[in-house]
Ligand binder design. Structure first.
Ligand code: ADP
Ligand code: MG
Length: 543
């Protein structure tokens, strides 16, 4: 860049800049590579990935969002795809592999169009219109479910867990998931924050249980406190039974031993006052978010009060909701009205550890799923699978709409979009068509992952969908193309809508970038940090 012959330097030395076609190509490549890396995990016969981090910790999973998260990618576009899967997980809880695969397919098709000389902005516009139409089509093919139709809800949970390690137990776990969701349902719908999931390695998945109430991975703090309290009156305290630093902030200048004695006595007094307050309001169980000092433990134990310390804030909130207690900070202001209640609170051994059960809570819109399983790896994967299942069942209870799976909705949308494409005169037609073809990737990969011949499957599916059989899809387990209505593979409509729209948005965003300016430190698009290819030719590290 120069002005009247004088070069003007606007970028820091070492900054890498790639522009125009190169920048776009590099980004597209990176997106495709990352999405290709997880396609083999899609569907009920998708393979699991074993990921080992730099500390040697191992995760075995089939969950798209988890795979991407653990992959620790450095390319900014690859990171972007990882974020995409994460937000799919947060929004709707399932379809994370699907969203990453679709984003990659949209990019692949875009690359072909770029090769034939079509401008990125035309592709973006075509994709935008195709997406709008796609969402309409999904809405049309979706069907309504009654929010308490257990058999449908079970099938939704089973479909979502079907592709995970734990699928042999999915029948049993699906019942737990549906029970849990229906147990916390109110007029306002289902908030899965009211379902707590705890895990403890040991026994096997069939020992996983649903508890009406809350389970904490905690112990009673003092051995001589009661381990079981019936008709519990519960105090929730978010300050400690200890003398906080601020109460004795000043420096102590002790000149003779009696002063120290006095000081300790005063400390003890403060703690004793706090304990006395608990006794006065009539609580027999205390959950404390902070610490409980030895002396306080001793005093509480003497009064026969059960106490638990260092309870997580999120658990305190759950306890408040379920028991009706108010969380109190200033103990001196506490009254009887601040107490909550529970039928019983008990400490019980699960595996090698003690856990706390708060059961028969009056505002019982709170339940816990306690996961058991052979090893940490199993309970971790079970937790992810149960999380997904809870989300999909919640989605359907809250929105009441479903589609059948096996790639049938993607195929149906694809078929409709191909017809829709004909209504465009300009080059957008090609982009809409490309978008439609990209959607076929879902049934194609489902077929591929089950060892079927993908092209045969697509030919069969296309012809079915041209005849308007919009529920036809792939059944990888039976290795055939069939009417998925007869297979019980059911998914919430929101998962499909979210996956298509956010994958498309991501692809559009990548297509709009024509200039990558990366500081040396970040490495920038296209290469490892500081490496020779920084900001350069390809996403080499993913090959
Ligand atoms: P995601 O992370 O995208 O949810 P999954 O590995 O769970 O990925 O696979 C989901 C895809 O697999 C969906 O398209 C769904 O319809 C399909 N699917 C799941 N179970 C079956 C099944 N039993 N038969 C056919 N398709 C299935
Ligand atoms: Mg899934």
């Amino acid at each position: 860049m120069s002005l009247a012959g004088t070069p003007i330097i606007i970028l820091k030395e070492g900054t890498q800049r790639t522009r125009g076609r190169d920048a776009l190509r590099n980004n597209i490549r990176a997106g495709i590579i990352i999405s290709d890396a997880i396609r083999s995990a899609l569907g009920p016969l998708g393979r699991d990935k074993m990921l080992v981090d730099s500390f040697g910790d191992v995760v075995i999973t089939n969950d798209g969002a988890t795979i991407l998260k653990e992959m620790d990618v450095t390319h900014p576009i690859a990171k972007f795809i990882v974020e995409l899967a994460k937000s799919q997980d947060q929004e709707v809880g399932d379809g994370t592999t699907t969203v990453a695969v679709l984003a990659g397919e949209f990019l692949k098709k875009a690359e072909e169009l770029l090769d034939s000389g079509i401008h990125p902005s035309v592709i973006v516009e075509g994709y935008r219109m195709a997406t709008k139409k796609a969402l309409e089509v999904i809405e049309e093919i979706g069907t309504d479910v009654k929010e308490d139709d257990r058999s449908i809800l079970r099938k939704i949970a089973i479909t979502s867990m079907g592709s995970k390690v734990i699928s042999t137990y999915s029948d049993y776990l699906a019942d737990l998931v549906v029970d849990a969701v229906l147990a916390v349902k109110t007029e306002k719908g289902v908030d899965i924050d009211n379902i707590k999931v705890e895990k403890k390695a040991g026994e096997d998945l069939s020992n996983t249980h649903l508890i009406k109430g809350i389970v904490l991975d905690k112990e009673v703090v003092h051995p001589s406190m009661p381990k079981k309290v019936e008709n519990a009156k519960i105090a929730l305290v978010d300050s400690g039974f200890e003398v906080s630093k601020t109460e004795f902030n000043a420096e102590l200048n002790i000149t003779d031993p009696s002063q120290l004695q006095q000081f300790i006595e005063r400390e003890t007094e403060i703690i004793a006052e706090k304990v006395q307050k608990i006794v006065d309001v009539g609580a027999n169980v205390v959950f404390c978010q902070k610490g409980i000092e030895d002396i306080a433990q001793h005093l509480l134990a003497k009064k026969g009060i059960m106490a638990v310390r260092r309870v997580k804030k999120s658990d305190m909130e759950k306890l408040a909701k379920a028991t009706g207690a108010h969380i109190v900070t200033e103990l001196k202001d506490m009254t009887e009205d601040d107490l909550g209640s529970a039928g019983k609170v008990h400490q019980t051994k699960i595996g090698d550890d003690d856990m706390l059960f708060i059961e028969d809570t009056p505002y019982s819109k709170s339940v816990t799923i306690l996961i058991r399983g052979g090893t940490e790896l199993v309970v971790d994967e079970a937790e992810r699978a149960i999380h997904d299942a809870l989300c999909v069942v919640r989605n359907v209870v809250n929105t009441g709409k479903i589609v059948v799976g096996g790639g049938s909705p993607e195929m149906a949308v694809s078929a409709k979009l191909l017809k829709y494409a004909d209504s465009f005169k300009g080059k957008e037609q090609l982009a809409v068509r490309a978008f439609a073809e990209a959607l076929e990737a879902i049934p194609r990969i489902l077929a591929e992952n089950s060892g079927m011949e993908p092209l045969d499957v697509l030919v069969e599916l296309r012809s079915a969908h041209q005849q308007g059989k919009h529920t036809f899809g792939v059944n990888p387990l039976e290795r055939k193309v069939m009417d998925m209505k007869d297979s019980g593979v059911i998914e919430p409509i929101v998962v499909k809508k979210q996956a298509i729209s956010s994958a498309s948005e991501a692809a559009q965003m990548i297509l709009r970038i024509d200039d990558v300016i990366a500081s040396k430190e970040t490495g920038g698009a296209g290469g490892p940090p500081g490496g020779p290819g920084a900001g350069g030719e390809d996403g080499g590290e993913f090959d």
